[in-house]
Design a protein around this ligand. Structure first.
Ligand code: NAI
Length: 351
């Protein structure tokens, strides 16, 4: 029965502020009454020495087995060192769709009100295949690979999401005027998939123009579908339109597993100080609850969060307040409406 089952979910607290925002989110979920048994997994820089990797095979196996995970940020060294644990995770589990809902929140100061769009980013191909080398000193080459399969499935994922959510405006973002073959393939696949979605209004936009249009008026957009590199940049740009990375959730979804994670990093500057804002990870957990059919609890948590943010009293430093992570978490829990007990069916009248 929906909303009554026990869920076994992987939890990767991650690095830096990860364990702090994960603990806060765990407390909020527990207070909501959703029955979750967490399988805590060791991943991140702290476990490098123990496993020789920030994303050990055993962690990947467990997530594959459970099918759903909630993950905190994991730090990646810049320009050298080990491969990104996040990229490893997305590739190993074939989490091909990055989903980032970007929504204006009450009380969160930002440039725009009424933004409500979702960025769908292809997560496994493009320039992120990591195939790069030094051709000769002073000349470096990076290879962009896209496939018909990869382009088709991300376009289908995005258009299906639009249909499921009753949305009609879908923007397909590309740079096929310059990358005629690779981005041309992306566009060709988008057009082919679009034939199955006649109700959608598909707009094709070149990525630079898309960035300008988004900054001018993001309220015109509902669903945006794009490749990996553009998606990485555009999704952060969109986060900035509604108050930044601290208040935007994310999910990485494949056909057999889904990992829900905040889009911000490990915030080493405030780690361990109890100052982190858990909103983004908690909102990612809300997406997770929707994914596992716990919509009722998801709505209650989202409402509680929004109500604390709207009051603007117990908010964390990044949003201009002075509350600690724990104080913010307590405030959200205090606003949580009790779970609705399943309605009893009215007795049938005898004929
Ligand atoms: P960051 O997101 O960690 O920090 C940027 C700024 O935002 C900092 O001032 C930080 O204090 C603030 N901030 C971020 N999240 C916050 C929160 N929840 N509450 C309050 N303030 C918050 O970005 P940065 O510094 O570029 O990256 C740090 C590390 O995180 C890097 O090693 C990077 O590779 C990793 N990272 C991991 C991600 C993931 O696991 N999905 C995503 C992005 C970065």
């Amino acid at each position: 029965m929906k909303g009554m089952a026990k869920h076994n979910i992987a939890l990767l607290p991650g690095d830096g502020i990860g364990p702090e925002v994960a603990a806060a989110t765990e407390r909020i979920l527990e207070a909501s009454g959703v029955d979750i048994e967490w399988s805590r997994l060791e991943a991140g820089g702290e476990f490098m020495a123990k496993y020789g990797s920030p994303m050990p095979d055993s962690v990947l196996t467990e997530i594959r087995h459970l099918g759903v995970a909630l993950k905190g940020p994991i730090a990646t060294p810049v320009a050298s060192g080990f491969a990104s644990a996040n990229v490893t995770l997305r590739k190993a589990l074939d989490l091909y769709a990055a989903v980032r809902p970007v929504k204006s929140l009450p009380g969160v100061e930002s440039r725009y009100d009424h933004v409500n769009l979702t960025v769908i980013r292809e997560n496994t191909e493009d320039l992120y295949s990591g195939i790069e080398h030094l051709v000769q000193p002073g000349i470096a080459e990076s290879i962009k690979i896209v496939t018909e399969r990869g382009c088709t499935r991300i376009c289908r994922f995005g258009m299906e999401l639009a249909r499921r959510q009753g949305l009609t405006k879908v923007a397909v973002i590309h740079k096929a005027n310059i990358m005629k073959i690779t981005d041309g393939l992306f566009l060709e696949c988008a057009r082919r998939v679009a034939r199955d979605f006649p109700e959608l209004e598909i707009q094709e936009i070149i990525v630079d123009n898309a960035c300008m249009q988004l900054v001018k008026d993001p309220t015109r957009y509902e669903v945006l579908i794009m490749g990996n590199l553009y998606g990485d940049i555009v999704s952060d740009l969109c986060s900035g339109l509604v108050g930044g990375l601290g208040v935007v959730p994310g999910a990485n979804i494949g056909d057999s597993a889904a990992v829900f994670e905040a889009v911000h990093g490990s915030a080493p500057d405030i780690a361990g100080k109890g100052l982190a804002n858990p909103t983004a990870l908690t909102m990612s957990a809300v997406m997770m609850l929707q994914h596992i059919d716990e919509d009722e609890a998801a709505t209650r948590i989202q409402n509680a969060l929004e109500s604390v943010l709207a009051e603007g009293v117990t908010i964390t430093g990044d949003l201009g307040g002075s509350a600690s992570t724990n104080q913010f978490t307590d405030a959200v829990i205090a606003k949580l409406q009790p779970a609705r007990t399943p309605a009893t069916k009215p007795a049938r009248r005898k004929k």
